[in-house]
Design a protein around this ligand. Structure first.
Ligand code: 5AD
Length: 343
């Protein structure tokens, strides 16, 4: 097992069988996390990049079985911010020092690409990177968004197990999701994907396939989170995903894609009060604080008890583990391309 982890650190390659072996053996967790932490330090350094998350609409046409804002959940109060409100949040985030703004929503087609493009162009005047997380659209729409100045796009594949994908997303098409990711890459977006850990019926083998998919796509960002069942969804009686397993999938992703950006996800922190720091010491180098206005924040309930980020507390905790908050945009590859002084 030791030898496999060494191989991953040196070559950044593992086979499906090797991934399955490591994922199945909890005796090597500490070693795995240490090696992922060392790899993170060598490739992306000690700075932690912060991304200001704006949840601008919780309307969604999708019906993902696990998600609290799924279309069929009538118990959620829907909201939509307008252009002015979104720009104001972005402006505040920029004044506060954030160098990336993430615009996230349910799949809300009211925000057509033209309207989003106007918003993006305005936000780009603040000299911040813009990341979109708005779901599946056509190539033409993605192109319009890219041309308006958007830099990055997050679209988790959620699971690469086709049968499980169909069960979890009754109306959706796995092939279209992959098409979206390839289009985003082709258009020059820094492209993020990722998966859920703990979906009912998910196997260790399928998690190994997820990691191999990230590598094959050459994803620039990977978000991994444990499932947290939402009481108003069909998965309400499921168990929570296993945090250790989610951390292992994340650590292995760091080993196979050493120079990418990996967030310590909110779902990890929600399951365990130390989850975020654990993740940052097992391969993660990004945190995504929610900057959505308090009055609507509670309505963006993908899963219950979603925790927030206290900036001062985070900054203190980071210093305690020898890390600092970055004041740069923190795109993939900047470290290598420009040298540390220009990050
Ligand atoms: N528990 C954990 N994560 C969830 N997501 C959606 N619903 C849940 C849940 N119940 C994740 C999905 C999505 C991201 C924005 O949130 O992976 O891509």
């Amino acid at each position: 097992m030791q030898r496999l982890i060494e191989k991953a650190e040196l070559t950044h390659c593992l086979t499906r069988n090797e991934l399955v072996k490591i994922l199945s053996d909890d005796g090597v967790n500490e070693e795995l996390f240490n090696v992922a932490d060392r790899t993170r330090k060598a490739y992306v350094g000690d700075e932690v990049h912060l991304r200001a998350l704006i949840e601008f609409s919780n309307y969604c046409r999708c019906n993902c079985l696990y998600c609290g804002i799924r279309a069929e959940n009538n118990l959620v109060e829907r909201y939509r911010l307008n252009k002015k409100q979104i720009l104001q949040l972005a402006q505040h985030a920029s004044v506060f020092g954030y160098k990336t703004v993430v615009l996230q929503s349910g799949e809300d087609l009211t925000f057509n690409a033209g309207y989003l493009a106007e918003i993006i162009a305005e936000i780009k005047k603040l000299d911040v990177a813009v990341t979109l997380s708005i779901g599946e659209r056509s190539y033409e729409e993605y192109k319009l968004l890219k041309d308006s100045g958007a830099d990055r796009f997050l679209l988790r594949i959620e699971t690469t197990d086709k049968v499980l994908y169909k069960k979890m997303h009754p109306k959706a098409d796995f092939e279209n999701r992959k098409r979206c990711l390839h289009d985003l890459k082709k258009l020059g977006f820094e492209t993020g994907t990722g998966c859920l850990v703990g979906l009912p019926g998910q196997t260790i083998e399928s998690l190994a396939d997820d990691i191999l998919f990230f590598k094959e796509l050459d994803a620039d960002m990977i978000g991994i989170g444990p499932l947290i069942p939402h009481p108003h969804t069909p998965l309400k009686d499921c168990e929570c995903g296993n945090l250790m397993l989610a951390l292992k999938v994340m650590a292995l992703t760091r080993l196979l894609l050493p120079d990418i950006n990996i967030p310590a996800t909110t779902a990890m922190e929600t399951l365990n009060p130390h989850g975020r720091i654990m993740a940052l010491q097992a391969g993660a180098n990004v945190v995504m604080p929610n900057v959505t206005a308090e009055d609507v924040r509670g309505k963006y309930e993908i899963y219950p008890n979603k925790v927030g980020v206290n900036y001062d507390e985070l900054s203190k905790k980071l210093n305690q583990i020898g890390r600092t908050i970055s004041h740069k945009k923190g795109s993939r590859g900047q470290q290598q391309q420009y040298g540390k002084e220009n990050l």
